[in-house]
Design a protein around this ligand. Sequence first.
Ligand code: ADP
Ligand code: MG
Length: 601
Amino acid sequence: MQEKTGVPLIHILDPATVNQIAAGEVVERPASVVKELVENAIDAGAGSVTIDLTATKDTITAIRVTDDGCGMSPADAKLAFVPHATSKIGSLDDLHRIRTLGFRGEALATIAAVSRVTLVTKPRGSGAVPGTRVVIAGGTVLETAGTGAPDGTSILVEDLFFNTPARKKFQKSKNTELAHIHDVLEGICLSHPNIAFHLNYNGTSHLVTDRTASPLDTIARLFGSEVIRDLVPVEGSLPILSIAGFVSRPSLARKDRARMIVSVNQRFITSPAINDAIKAGYGTLLAKDRFPVAFLNISIDTTLVDVNVHPTKKQIRLSREKEITEKVRTSVRNALLAHDLIPAAGQPGTMMPLVSEPPATPVKTYDISTMPGPAGVFECSHAGTAATDQRLRQTELSVDTDPAYLVSSLLPAIEVIGEFSGIYILARTQGDELLLIDQHAAHERILYEQVSGQLQETRPSQELISPVVLHRTPKEAAILHDLMPALALEGFILEGFGRDAFLVRAVPVVLGRLEETTILDDIISDLVSEEAAQTVSNRERITRIVACRGAVKAGTVCTREQCQRIVDQLRRMKNPFTCPHGRPTMIRFTRKELDTMFKRI
Ligand code: ADP
Ligand code: MG
């Protein structure tokens, strides 16, 4: 508004405008109406809440939420629609110990400002006293009257955004809005398994949860009973908090965070910090871009939780956040450790690869032309044993650096019982399971973690007694020249040696004294090969190649002692389940599975 002089005049907005502006923050879409009304029903102590949606082909036309909660007196029924009218807090102090979902006294006022609302309510246990009916449209009270009503409250919202055309225009398709409503209700149902929720859509039942003592029942209702099989329970507590819920085995991981459903003090919230902590609990069991399924209810000392961050109350601010998220991380980790994460027979490859990026090089097939004939279990001593031994020992130099790995090993104790074809190690766990371990993949994993665990900018290298000469094609030589600085950081010291040839003076320590110089040739071939698309850093690429080429080859018969050493080292790995390319290192057969295969049961 401007006076004739052109200077703008300040004036105070009328309450109706203020409410409409506020409505923009609290009531973004039909799902926000559902959320606010259902939360009010929960705060009213309801044991059962019913949501009825009415929709045409294109839009949701009405939302009704009915509860059997405490209800409202005639006076409160009118007051409830006044902005900042609330029965839930009395003073600033109360803000620090909020136990209810609502407390701002905004929702009903703002919903009524942008729609037509019909409230019917009656206080619980008020006997013959009649109920109250209030009709409000666009913030104006149209009707208040006594009426017959059951105990509890029913609020009908129609013509949403009828007086805010801009907001109405921004509503997404009906199905998108329905999806949002489902998201809201899933979060609410999971944080309140003790309340029965019913969602009806044009009179047809869509979602029902019962009052249940077991949150698993609610999860099964919402997401299907198959999900339950892949969940492990999580528990954790500190004096300031307790954590309860479930997280999924890595095999159930998803591309998005949509199934990480977390509530704090029974409020379904979105917390990037807590989501990150859950994910961190998986360590290298999940790739960077995969997310677990998680249903966690966390109770935190209310004085540490600020829910007054945003009018929608979906975000929280935590005091002592580090302590809290660290407990979440360790609780998830412990839950996973306590459970068997090895793929069962018949479903290999369900584990996620450790690495976040797709493999830079296609998975190799290994040369088995040198494979010995069928060997009895450890009967033959193989010519390669001494060299193999040397190579294995090399990897043992530094794996012991962190004894914590053993304490927290993701694998149970494993006893080697044999080997097959120089490719597979046969082993058993104390839990009466038979394991088939891919010897090469296992050793590759060990080398990979050993090398990538070296934190130095320049990785340790070892001079060769006599330098090795490598001849390459002109094209490969050009690529190799470019890669020389990156290779030097990884411990490969190369020099140009005339046209298209190189002198290798030193190699990474993990490759040992390099008796077989063909390894070097293989590594360089992998590096310069065209398929090796640059999707990962040079460091990561070289580490993987070194691990792959440095590991004992498939077809190398190892002694029982050597196999046992591979297995023991594997147990110390952060991710013992896959090789760096994401292939499984082992497959498990339980006694029961074998019995079934042999039709013993
Ligand atoms: P808030 O929930 O933040 O207090 P609302 O605007 O959502 O604010 O509700 C205002 C008040 O109306 C509540 O504090 C409560 O006293 C009353 N109320 C709202 N919904 C219900 C209900 N379903 N049952 C009983 N009382 C209700
Ligand atoms: Mg409320």
